[in-house]
Design a protein around this ligand. Structure first.
Ligand code: ATP
Ligand code: MG
Length: 247
């Protein structure tokens, strides 16, 4: 039994991925991926375009089924109610309900998620992400950045135990990126975040998985990753080298 945020888990691994293979027709997106993320840890998922990051996140949240291998989320199948209750997910190119207003999207998702004191939570997120002025606007009328802010709020509205984020700071202006980092940094969740921006990875997480052509090529602490280069080598250069050539 493992305790995290006052909840008892039967497992110490909040995300357990074993031998995952996933193809789309003739394209192999994931080719035997295995990793575990202990409860309470914060990991980033790095990899070049087309490496399989978004596919991996969709498999963990149960939107896709693997061709082979198993995934457990808090000890449960990704498609189970137990797993879904623990998960929060920000998809890449997230599109909230276009015909609902910003507030309606938050209230609808919050009600589905059983958020207590929903009005206070919605007001807080609207205020924090500076969306209050758009709360009655239809999502179809929002700028792309404001849609992304709403999508972030929808991913965290229920204070999930396990949070998966696919390029969370896409489209956000620099002040809003800072707000989003502050919001996500304060979320008390096991985190897996896919990003191409190393400063985001370093500020939000302490461990990294690097995936290239559907295989994990490196995993460990970001501090260890830095030590693979010379003292003045930027971390982006180290990561790029591993993505292309391996360690
Ligand atoms: N719905 C789909 N149909 C067919 N092929 C797909 C589909 N989704 C992804 N792929 C392919 O699977 C591979 C992995 O894609 P995925 O979107 O997981 O990569 P990614 O690491 O998230 O890339 P990016 O950094 O560009 O977001 C790519 O070759 C991609 O073209
Ligand atoms: Mg992607």
């Amino acid at each position: 039994m493992y305790c995290f945020r006052g909840l008892a888990f039967d497992v110490s691994q909040c995300i357990e991925v074993r031998g995952i293979k996933k193809t789309y027709g003739k394209v192999t997106a994931l080719d035997g991926v295995s990793f575990s993320i202990p409860c309470g840890e914060r990991w980033c998922l790095l990899g070049p375009n087309g490496a399989g990051k978004s596919t991996m996140l969709k498999l963990i949240v149960g939107l896709l089924k693997p061709d082979a291998g198993t995934i457990e989320v808090g000890g449960a199948q990704p498609v189970s109610k137990e797993a879904k209750a623990k998960l929060g997910y920000l998809p890449e190119d997230a599109t909230p309900y276009l015909t609902l207003s910003v507030r309606e999207n938050l209230e609808y998702m919050g009600a589905l998620r059983g958020v207590p004191d929903l009005r206070t939570r919605v007001d807080y997120l609207l205020e924090f992400l500076e969306l209050a002025q758009y709360q009655n606007s239809k999502v179809s009328a929002l700028s792309r950045g404001n849609r992304q802010k709403l999508a972030l709020a929808l991913a965290v509205i229920h204070s999930p135990n396990i949070l998966l984020l696919d390029e969370p700071l896409n489209y956000l202006d620099i002040p809003t990126q800072e707000k989003a980092i502050s919001l996500l940094g304060s979320v008390d969740a096991t985190l897996l975040v896919s990003t191409h921006i190393m400063s985001i990875a370093e500020r939000l997480t302490s461990k990294a998985l690097i995936i290239t052509r559907g295989k994990i090529v490196w995993s460990g602490k970001i501090e260890e990753l830095k030590s693979l280069g010379s003292s003045d080598e930027p971390i982006e250069s180290i990561v790029a080298r591993i993505m292309v050539k391996g360690v």
